[in-house]
Ligand binder design. Structure first.
Ligand code: ADP
Length: 447
């Protein structure tokens, strides 16, 4: 096991990683910007180092400050959390060059999956079903029209370096294609510094279903079931649940096994998520994320497997302690991402939390770094915390979620709690009958 783990992140995920380290008995180092000096993970870590001013590029994204913090404290491993440097292959390599372990996949796998065109090509080779689309990148209108002829409309133009729902443009007809292509390229260049784009068939009413995998880099890998993340706003997940209301046990184990087999073939190390769109009983790969995801707790709740702990164990060189037949799925879990935002306009609402009372009781988990008196800084994302609820059945889970949401008190800042209180009572949500477009349509119709 590692001697000391530096947590290169902030907010709820920094606290989540810290908890796993404590349970493993490994000393921790928190790093923080000047805006986060009062953060909960900083208070609870064994040591802390200020790595720069508030803007992320000068602190949480500053590779050399983080490296210096490792050297000062003697940390021999870095957990990157999600976002920031978590999918930066160069960061993983630089740590390696300094004999510091990156708690994540091998750099070549991060790089491969970070290029969505290459990722799709690899997925296809490994026997994972993909969305029909262009074979590789598309640059000219002629190339785009050629692909359109083969797969038809509507089409979606996507950035090869895309992430966070950015750099995507839909073309419903031939007339819209040139503009979709040029705007997607311009946006991709501006957002990611890379204007490579590709085309995909635009699926009409799919669900977003993703498979959690875990590998040890020595040819062992398992899948830990799926998460249904179809409730989205602007391609960003809002509510996630497992199991998916749309899958049966047979579908779960067959897509899960396809993914686990692919990971065994790759010798994949660490946790990862293989994302699919699901329509008319078919799965279509869209991308793979090579990090721990925001919504990982729903999987933890139904499998009782601590994903961060397993991630640290395999990164330290341990063999996978699980086999597929020891993984069991119990009950149902739902996560709500509670943002410090106005629940109607979604305008961020940073500021001081005056009162904070999280819900409790059986089957209720709150992953949040918030506390009464804490000031949410305006510099970072608006995730205030995640409420995750477990029940023996989906119905029990929904009733528990309802009461947990009603118990949750956050004063001083606005939150999206009221949105979830309405959603949990909506008949379509109760029936599990929603696609990736449901939430936006419902919001547009006035909720
Ligand atoms: P990002 O990496 O930016 O999150 P993804 O490829 O994971 O991008 O897609 C994010 C979301 O965009 C999906 O969950 C889905 O809602 C929508 N989307 C992406 N590709 C398609 C497609 N081919 N058809 C329909 N919707 C899509």
């Amino acid at each position: 096991m590692f001697d000391k783990i530096l947590i290169a992140n902030r907010g709820e995920i920094a606290l989540r990683v810290l908890r796993a380290c404590k349970e493993l008995g490994v000393p921790t180092v928190a790093v923080h910007s000047t805006a986060d000096a009062d953060a909960m993970h900083v208070r609870l870590a064994d040591e802390s180092v200020c790595i720069g001013p508030p803007p992320a590029r000068d602190s949480y994204l500053n590779v050399y400050s983080i490296l210096a913090a490792c050297e000062i404290t003697g940390a021999d491993a870095v957990h990157p959390g999600y976002g920031f440097l978590s999918e930066n292959a160069r960061f993983a390599e630089i740590l390696g060059e300094h004999k510091i372990h990156f708690i994540g996949p091998k750099p070549e796998h991060i790089r491969l999956m970070g290029d969505k065109i290459e990722a799709k090509r690899t997925a296809k080779k490994l026997g994972i079903p993909v969305v029909p689309g262009s074979e590789g990148g598309v640059t000219t209108d002629e190339e785009a029209f050629k692909v359109a002829k083969e797969i038809g409309f509507p089409l979606i133009v996507k950035a090869a370096a895309g992430g966070g729902g950015r750099g995507m443009k839909v073309a419903l007809t031939e007339d819209e294609l040139p503009l979709a292509l040029s705007t997607a390229r311009t946006e991709a260049k501006a957002a990611f510094g890379d204007d490579a784009v590709y085309l995909e068939k635009y699926l009409q009413i799919p669900r977003h279903i993703e498979v959690q995998i875990l590998g040890d880099g020595r040819g062992n890998a398992v899948h830990l079931g799926e998460r249904d993340c179809s409730l989205q706003r602007r391609h960003q997940k809002v509510w996630e649940e497992s199991p998916s209301p749309a899958l049966n046990a047979e579908m779960r184990s067959s897509i899960g096994e396809v993914c686990a087999k692919a990971m065994r073939e790759m010798n994949y190390l660490g946790v990862g998520t293989i994302e699919f769109l699901f329509e008319n009983g078919e799965f279509y790969f869209i991308e793979m994320n090579t990090r721990i995801q925001v919504e990982h707790p729903v999987t933890e709740m139904i499998t009782e497997i601590d994903l961060i702990l397993e991630q640290i164990r395999v990164a330290s060189g341990a063999e996978l302690s699980l086999t597929q037949d020891t993984v069991t799925f119990n009950g149902h879990a739902i996560e709500c991402r509670i943002n410090a935002e106005n629940a109607v306009t979604f305008q961020p609402s940073p500021g001081r939390i005056t009162q904070y009372h999280p819900p409790g009781g059986l089957g209720v988990r709150v992953d949040s770094a918030a506390y009464a008196g804490y000031t949410i800084p305006p510099y970072y994302d608006s995730l205030m915390g995640k409420l995750i609820v477990h029940g023996k059945t989906r119905t029990e889970c929904l009733m528990r979620l309802r009461r947990a949401l009603d118990e949750f008190v956050v004063d001083g800042v606005q939150t999206t709690l009221p949105l979830f209180r309405t959603l949990v009572r909506n008949p379509s949500i109760i029936d599990g009958d929603y696609s990736i477009h449901w939430l936006e349509k419902w919001l547009a119709s006035g909720g």
